[in-house]
Design a protein around this ligand. Structure first.
Ligand code: ADP
Ligand code: ASP
Ligand code: MG
Length: 595
């Protein structure tokens, strides 16, 4: 038996839902049941959440609800034959009436509990799954709707409920399945009191794995909007590409450290029951996707991915009184656990008089309360210094199971960061050696991800972002050559050159987005500004682009005068301008030193 889970974008448009139908058609073999788990239509969970926040702030939420409601109507009316539309349109109407009623109470009372929030959010999955099952029926598939609250039992930890595996597996054992398609609501469950709970944001993946494990499925397929588990977040790293396979541990580590493509707890039931998980693209079903399973013999490649958590807070506790203080860490982490603070990573100096750890940005306040409460006496008596909180930071991590057998990975990782001038604030390597992490400034994250991705050879091509000075004979000729050689460079040398800015002594142009157009007449004739070399260098440098290079095709002393500024900003210089190397020896040695 197979479990197929379709995410928000996979059920969020008519085009996507038609693909969903073809995928189900291929996978349903009529000799066994097929389980289809659905997320809410894309954007609906967020819309319900923001409507409830508006209600709590006593603001008008009607526009948000109206848009969400319209989205359902539009899909139903385009997807289903007229005769099948009415009951669904009614169902959506009734759902939104109920949602509105609850939100009016929230607004009137000025109170929104997690319990009510879960109840509100659950409408998203209920509506989408009902639409999908009715759509399949209208296409003559033997499909039925199944509410997951009848199957998955949890505790009452609303918003992120813990699954009661015993009760859930009992329910699943007693579930009399026939050879038909069950369209099940993702994300939602219920507690002992029959109150609706949710499994955490992104939790529909988890629903699929819980059902897979309890029903002893042969495989779990997670259908989403990318070609599988990619080497990095494609929104942040353009060169990210799909991995054909990952071990459960690698997938878990990457998702825990920010790869949103799969919800981290999903791997747990899959590991317990040894069920393979496939990540596939609903919009490109023919592409291979990623297989996640027990570590395989053929698992190749050292590094499987570069992941990041954008918003984190580093907490630093120092103090002479900490030396040898028995049970300090135990007290600290117990206090944090009491406040349900999730500690992402920990580094402790061997001197024992400082400890640094990272928590998620949203947990900063709770962490502060926990620490001040627990160490009130020690802080007041100066045994411990005032704790430091820095919340402008991100974590970047390199993940791969084979790293532990190989020397030099951390060297490469840190030198890629260093060469690009990225300051490393803290480092952690788990004892499993599955992951090496660095804490860096948040505004450098995008650059860091790209340089690390490129330099650890994850990218098929290495991208250079180049700023050009000089549009005379040599400048023009370089552009002609780049235009001619562009394909050769990419295909045979795995090098891609982007133009990020161009200047001569009169005019300059800075690109909002890097271009790979080398027709100089074309690129250097519109939107020109009066040239200002310092401004040119500074504003491009502030973009924090990876692998930044300045090409000096002038013969100007003024340009040479800015080499120090370039080197200080970690920008490489390539030049045919003799003046930098042939003027004073003092200047020459300074450049060499800075470079
Ligand atoms: P769904 O609604 O199908 O569950 P999600 O939005 O939860 O989809 O997850 C898929 C998205 O995860 C992708 O569109 C992509 O932008 C993002 N993502 C982040 N990191 C990765 C990664 N390493 N590999 C693939 N996708 C990633
Ligand atoms: N709809 C829920 C969310 O947006 C669950 C999911 O999509 O997996 O978080
Ligand atoms: Mg998801």
């Amino acid at each position: 038996m197979k479990i197929l889970k379709f995410g928000g974008t996979s059920v969020g448009s008519v085009e996507a839902l038609r693909n969903v139908k073809s995928i189900i058609e291929k996978e349903f073999n009529k000799n066994e049941p097929l389980i289809v788990v659905c997320s809410a239509l894309s954007g609906i969970t967020n819309a319900l959440l923001s409507a409830s926040q508006e209600a709590l702030k006593q603001n008008d939420f009607s526009e948000i609800l109206k848009e969400a409601e319209e989205k359902h109507y539009q899909i139903i009316s385009e997807l289903l034959p007229r005769t099948a539309q009415n009951p669904l349109l009614m169902m959506v109407k009734v759902s939104f009436n109920e949602i509105e009623d609850v939100l009016f109470s929230v607004k009137n009372l000025g109170e929104l509990s997690d319990r009510i929030k879960d109840r509100l959010l659950s409408y998203g999955e209920q509506m989408s799954s009902k639409i999908v099952s009715a759509f399949l029926q209208s296409e003559n598939f033997p499909a039925v709707f199944q509410d997951s609250r009848e199957l998955i039992a949890t505790d009452s930890h609303f918003g992120n409920a813990n699954v009661d595996s015993k009760k859930t597996n009992e329910n699943l054992k007693n579930w009399k399945l026939e050879n038909q398609i069950y369209v099940v609501t993702g994300f939602i469950a219920k507690d002992k009191n029959d109150d609706t709970t949710t499994l955490g944001r992104g939790g529909s993946d988890y629903t699929a794995a819980i059902l897979g494990s309890g029903l002893k499925a042969d495989e779990i397929q997670i259908w989403t909007d990318v070609d599988g588990f990619l080497t990095a977040d494609p929104r942040l790293v353009k060169n990210a590409f799909s991995q054909s396979e990952l071990s459960y541990q690698e997938a878990m580590e990457m998702s825990y450290f920010g790869a949103k493509v799969i919800y981290p707890p999903t791997m747990i039931p899959a590991i317990e029951s040894q069920i393979p998980i496939y990540i596939k693209n609903t919009f490109k079903p023919e592409s291979q996707g990623t297989l996640i399973h027990q570590k395989s013999e053929i698992s190749k490649g050292l590094i499987k991915g570069i992941v990041s958590i954008e918003k984190t807070c580093l907490i630093n506790i120092t103090g002479n009184g900490m030396i040898g203080m028995k049970g300090f860490s135990g007290r600290l982490f117990n206090a944090l656990a009491r406040y349900e603070v999730n500690v992402i990573l920990i580094t402790q100096a061997s001197s024992e008089h400082s400890i640094s750890f990272v928590v998620s940005f949203d947990d900063e306040k709770k962490a502060k309360t926990a620490i001040y409460e627990e160490f009130d006496f020690e802080i007041n008596s100066s045994k411990i210094d005032e704790p430091q909180f820095d919340n402008e930071l991100s974590i970047i991590s390199v993940v791969g199971e084979n790293m532990k057998k190989t020397r030099g990975i951390s060297g490469k990782f840190f030198s890629a960061l260093g060469k690009n001038g990225i300051n490393i604030i803290a480092i952690a390597q788990g004892s499993s050696e599955l992951n090496i992490s660095a804490v860096i400034e948040r505004n450098e994250l995008s650059k860091a991800l790209n340089v690390v991705h490129d330099s650890l050879l994850l990218s098929p091509v290495k991208t250079f972002n180049v700023m050009f000075a000089g549009t005379g004979n040599i400048g023009k000729e370089l552009f002609r050559q780049l235009e001619r050689e562009q394909r050769n460079l990419e295909e045979n040398h795995q090098i891609k050159i982007n133009v990020v800015g161009i200047t001569n002594s009169r005019e300059m142009k800075i690109f909002d987005n890097p271009e790979s157009d080398f027709d100089l007449n074309n690129i250097f004739n519109t939107n020109l500004q009066k040239s200002d070399l310092k401004e040119f260098i500074n504003s491009i440098s502030n973009k924090n682009l990876p692998n930044l290079v300045f090409v000096d095709n002038t013969s100007s002393e003024d340009v040479v005068a800015e080499y120090s500024l370039l080197f200080n900003n970690n920008i490489s210089v390539v030049t045919c301008n003799k003046k930098g190397n042939s003027s004073s020896y003092e200047q020459y040695s300074k450049f060499k030193r800075l470079a």
